[in-house]
Design a protein around this ligand. Sequence first.
Ligand SMILES: *[C@@H]1O[C@H](CO)[C@@H](O)[C@H](O)[C@H]1NC(C)=O
Ligand SMILES: *[C@@H]1O[C@H](CO)[C@@H](O)[C@H](O)[C@H]1NC(C)=O
Length: 279
Amino acid sequence: MLQSSHCGSSHVWALRKTRRRRRLRSPMARAALAAALLAVLGAAAAEGGARPSGSCPGDEEGSVLLQSAATRAQRSEARLQSTEPDADAEGNPYATEPWNATFSVVLSGEEGGEESNFTVTVHPDWAPEGAKRLQDLVASHVFDEARFFRVVPDFMVQWGIPADPAVAKTWSEKKIPDDPDAGHSNEKGMVTFATSGPDSRTSQLFVNYKDNAFLDKQGFTPVGEVVEGMSVVEGIQSKYGEEPDQGEIQERGNAYLTKEFPGLSYISGVTGSFPAGSK
Ligand SMILES: *[C@@H]1O[C@H](CO)[C@@H](O)[C@H](O)[C@H]1NC(C)=O
Ligand SMILES: *[C@@H]1O[C@H](CO)[C@@H](O)[C@H](O)[C@H]1NC(C)=O
């Protein structure tokens, strides 16, 4: 698990290229392609800027390029998960209609500080798998106390690595399949899962701070939109930018963030208007 600045752009790029080129069967052809791709990665990363990246494969660039078999295994695993029962992690039926997730946020980052809310309308029709996962995350209180660890004004704000490393480990292993593009663009206020390549979504989300339509074609399918409190989202502490290391957050959780990056805005709780189960 590496920081976005180490792995974000180039690994995401590399995994996507691998997927597209999977039809090339000859190892020689693959190796040649890999070398050529590596040559353009630096330029692509520099030109394309940051991409919202979730967990990163802890590999060197060269090996990631040739990992199509591993990626395939992940994909079938993700597909298996998608055939599980139609109830969330807490036994509530998965919503089929739009529902609201209201995030209570302590912008000051202080313990017990004043809360403000923003509300996301989640659209199962835009992104069925993503909506189910978001319901799991809200129902299981996975975001409680989680910090907004990557805040890039004029681009996006990202969160979703759980505060407790044990919880973070569990969710980082539960990948879901991608949702196909349903025609909704990553414009300002749209909420989308971060990825580290095809079929790699887990628990990390971002809100677009501006029109980021260039993400649409990279497999970033919005799952909802901020319908209230966008000013709260825009008030999230950004002074640390992309400094927090995602690997460290996974390993040490809030112990790392509160010590090294005091004052990060955090989520105090989320309520969801999805249908309640019998539990
Ligand atoms: C979600 O919240 C918005 C803003 O408060 C409200 O207008 C809308 O009716 C709510 N939608 C659902 C499905 O609860
Ligand atoms: C924020 O949302 C929570 C949960 O829906 C609600 O209880 C609280 O009153 C809201 N606070 C504000 C300031 O709107």
